[in-house]
Design a protein around this ligand. Sequence first.
Ligand code: PEP
Length: 259
Amino acid sequence: MRTPLVIGNWKMHGTVAEAKVLAGAIREGLRRPRGVQVVVCPPFTALAAVGELLAGGPILLGAQTCHHEAAGPHTGEIAPPMLVELGCRYVLLGHSERRKEIGESDELINRKVRAALAHGLTPVLCVGETADERRQGLTFTTVEGQLRAGLAGLTPDQTVKAVLAYEPVWAIGTGVNATSGQAAEVHGYLRGLVAELASKDIAQAVRILYGGSVKAENVEGLVAEAEIDGALVGGASLNAPGFITIVKKAARGGAASKE
Ligand code: PEP
């Protein structure tokens, strides 16, 4: 059985002081999360402080991207071992904002995925179609291309360590989430591809999160779908009570099983 996972992506928000307040409130509200794993991804500048605050507790630390090399002349970049040193366990890769704003290609994202795995980080590979692609009936073609390229060259043992996130671009930050049915359809398709690329068992073990305007009001319906193993949460992860509610609702068994 796959343990649900909820990841908060804080994007480019918050000073170190603000990040500490947010992380502290989340830590207090989720002292012993049951039936769910929780990761927060602060901006690089706050990783050390938030990492110290969360050290030894159940909430894990993640980064929002990384470079594909371990060191070198790459001004402004952050290497996987630097993230590991700060206590990071996860790293988001292929987020649509980086694909669009920074121009990250599928090939570059694949190099990052492989680098993350090589350094013991869990890559969270994000895929998703734009509104135009959905309108043109290209949803499956788009996510298939991104998934195949992102996981290229991985052994089955490596594939099972990755987390996938279906994030339709039209749903990110818009307040318009995919319906449970729309998301489940794509998740099922992605799981079928993983079965083809690795094996059926691995496809059953890999977690596929949904991301795109997830909030306390819609998370239950989404995670009720067997194919949806949790959420990647942007805007709503910046509010501690809201994020805590999302985590509790995403836990196996729902809020009733949580404290
Ligand atoms: C995201 O950035 O991954 C995301 C899903 O954002 P939001 O929840 O704000 O739509």
